[in-house]
Design a protein around this ligand. Structure first.
Ligand code: DGL
Length: 262
């Protein structure tokens, strides 16, 4: 199949986290068809090794390319920080990734202390190490591995006392150390905002990067001359899953879901 302007955009994550990126992209580019893969049979990625994450990313990207995608959004900080460099070397298709917004956080912080909630694999990745060394070596970063939260979010247990308790434990040392910016370095954590806000009150700010990534997606499509110019909304988005479709069904309105073995 030949790729053209009407070919779909591919997206993937270890589960439903990437939907926090799917939504602003679809809002900005309603005419584009999106194919989303929730790799939840292998979730959470944060508990896999870096090699395993690369393997999953390569397999999923191959699958999205065989579904004729024209651009791929790696809608997962853990997959981006562990595999995007290799993906770009291996595949010609354009990639958009998401990584913790540590540069903005360092610029916006007045106290010089920033809190970051991400998965262990993101926090220990070479890319995160490089970025934080480059842009945030002058500030204090309080890192917390929030991998256990990913599993609770997948099960739609956001408002349960267990989730709130866990979150409070992660945020406490940040507040205590006077962090004034909180980086949500995992796409799943966007869904925690309603319960994060009452905990942090106005002590820490969260800067949005998802809309910036949607804009970046649009500008790459324009630059590569692959933006779909049809004005009608595309209602054929397809959501594949490798494990179960429960998460997709609870976070979206009537999604078209299909199991896939990758
Ligand atoms: N949503 C992912 C991220 O942005 C991955 C979470 C996980 O599977 O551990 O990091």
């Amino acid at each position: 199949m030949k790729k053209d302007k009407t070919s779909p955009i591919g997206m993937f994550d270890s589960g439903i986290g990437g939907l926090s990126l799917y939504k602003p992209i679809k809002r900005l580019l309603p005419q584009e068809k999106i194919i989303y893969i929730s790799d939840n049979l292998y979730s959470p990625y944060g508990k896999l090794t870096s090699e395993e994450i690369k393997k999953r990313s390569f397999k999923i990207v191959n699958q999205l390319i065989s579904l004729n995608c024209k651009l791929i959004v790696v809608a997962c900080n853990t997959a981006t920080t562990n595999s995007i460099t290799e993906l770009r070397k291996k595949f010609e298709i354009p990639f958009i990734g998401i990584e913790p917004g540590i540069k903005t956080a360092a610029l916006k912080s007045s106290s010089g202390v920033v809190g970051i909630l991400a998965t262990k694999r993101t926090l220990t990745s070479k890319l995160f190490y490089k970025t934080s060394n480059l842009y945030a070596s002058h500030i204090k970063i309080i890192e917390k591995d929030g991998s256990d939260l990913v599993e609770l979010i997948e099960k739609n247990k956001i408002y349960e006392s267990n989730t709130i308790k866990l979150l409070k434990n992660y945020l406490k040392p940040m507040i205590k150390n006077k962090a004034d910016v909180l980086v949500l370095g995992c796409t799943h954590f966007q869904f925690l905002k309603p319960i994060i806000k009452p905990i942090i009150k106005n002590k820490m700010k969260i800067y949005k990067i998802n809309t910036a990534i949607a804009k970046q997606t649009k500008s790459i499509l324009i630059n590569k001359n692959i933006l779909n110019l049809i004005s009608k909304k595309n209602k054929n988005d397809q959501f594949y899953y490798t494990g179960s479709n429960e998460g997709l069904i609870s976070y979206l309105k009537n999604p078209k879901t299909k199991k896939i073995t990758i």
